[in-house]
Write a protein that binds this ligand. Structure first.
Ligand code: ATP
Length: 234
C-alpha cells in the first residue's frame, strides 16, 4: 500500500448511551479509493462522521497525515484537509448552485478551481443560477461533491454517493471518482452497492457491528462473491 494517509485504530464511538463503534481499525493509503461495505446499521456512516469529528463521544486513535485528530473539533479536522460529503448531501435549498459551491471555506491551498469542477460536472455550469430545490438528485450529488473539492481537502469521505440515483448517473459518479483518483485525491467511500464499489475502489473493508471484520482487495471481488453475499445479506 502507498504511504498511509489515514489510520484509524481501536475507534470507539457512542451516541448517548448507545455504543456504536467497537474497535474500528482501518487504513487508507495516499491516493487510494477504499470502500466501507456492510449491512444497514453496521456503523459505516458513524465511522465517517467520527473521522470528521462529528461524533461527540469517541476514543481510540484517528491519525491523519500522522496528526492525531481524535480530540479535535470538526472545523480543525477540516482545516487539516478532510471533507465529508454526507448521505443527505446538505444542499442549501434557498441558494443557487454557484452560491452553494462558494459556501464552504477553502481550507487548504490547492482547492480545485471552479472551472476544473465544471470540467468534471458540466451540468453544474449550465445550472449555475438554479436553486438547490430545482436540482435533480444526481445534480445535487454532483454539487455536493463539487463543493468539497473546492475546499482543497485531500481526503474525501463520501457517504453513499450513488444512493437513489439512476444507473446512468451512477456511471457518471463512478467516472468522476476514477478521475479524482487520477488527480491524486484519496477517497473513503461508504457504499451499499458493491457492484458499483468494485468499479472504483482498490480495497473493500467489511463492517459488521461497529468493527471491520474483513478486507477484500478489489482484484479478489470476483473470486470472493459468495463471501461478500453472505456478509452483505444479498
Ligand atoms: P446505513 O446504511 O443504514 O446508514 P450504517 O452502516 O451507515 O448503515 P450507521 O448510520 O453508522 O450505520 O448507524 C449505526 C447504528 O447507530 C445504527 O444502529 C443506528 O440506528 C445508530 N445511530 C445512527 N445515528 C444515530 C444517532 N444520531 N443517535 C443514535 N443512534 C444512532
Amino acid at each position: 500500500m502507498a504511504e498511509v494517509l489515514l489510520k484509524v485504530s481501536d475507534l470507539q464511538a457512542f451516541y448517548g448511551e448507545s455504543h456504536i463503534l467497537h474497535g474500528m481499525n482501518l487504513e487508507v493509503g495516499q491516493g487510494e479509493v477504499v470502500t466501507l461495505l456492510g449491512r444497514n446499521g453496521a456503523g459505516k456512516t458513524t465511522t465517517l462522521r467520527a473521522i470528521m469529528g462529528m461524533v461527540g463521544q469517541r476514543s481510540g486513535s484517528i491519525a491523519f497525515e500522522g496528526t492525531e485528530t481524535i480530540g479535535l473539533p470538526s472545523n480543525k479536522i477540516a482545516r487539516l484537509g478532510v471533507a465529508l460529503c454526507p448521505e443527505e448531501r446538505g444542499i442549501f435549498a434557498s441558494l443557487n448552485v454557484e452560491e452553494n459551491l462558494l459556501l464552504p471555506p477553502v481550507v487548504k491551498p490547492g482547492g480545485m478551481p471552479l472551472e476544473e469542477i465544471f470540467d468534471l460536472f458540466p451540468n453544474l455550469k449550465t445550472r449555475l443560477k438554479s436553486q438547490g430545490t430545482k436540482l435533480s438528485g444526481g445534480e445535487q450529488q454532483m454539487l455536493a461533491i463539487g463543493r468539497i473539492l473546492r475546499t482543497g481537502a485531500n481526503l474525501l469521505l463520501l457517504d453513499e454517493p450513488t444512493e437513489g440515483l439512476a444507473p446512468v448517473i451512477v456511471q457518471q459518479i463512478g467516472a468522476v471518482i476514477r478521475k479524482l483518483k487520477e488527480k491524486g485525491l484519496t477517497i473513503l467511500l461508504v457504499e451499499q452497492n458493491f457492484h458499483f464499489a468494485a468499479t472504483v475502489s482498490d480495497r473493500h473493508y467489511i463492517v459488521e457491528h461497529g468493527r471491520v471484520i474483513d478486507m477484500i482487495p478489489n482484484a479478489e471481488v470476483e473470486t470472493q462473491l459468495d463471501k461478500l453475499h453472505t456478509y452483505l445479506g444479498v
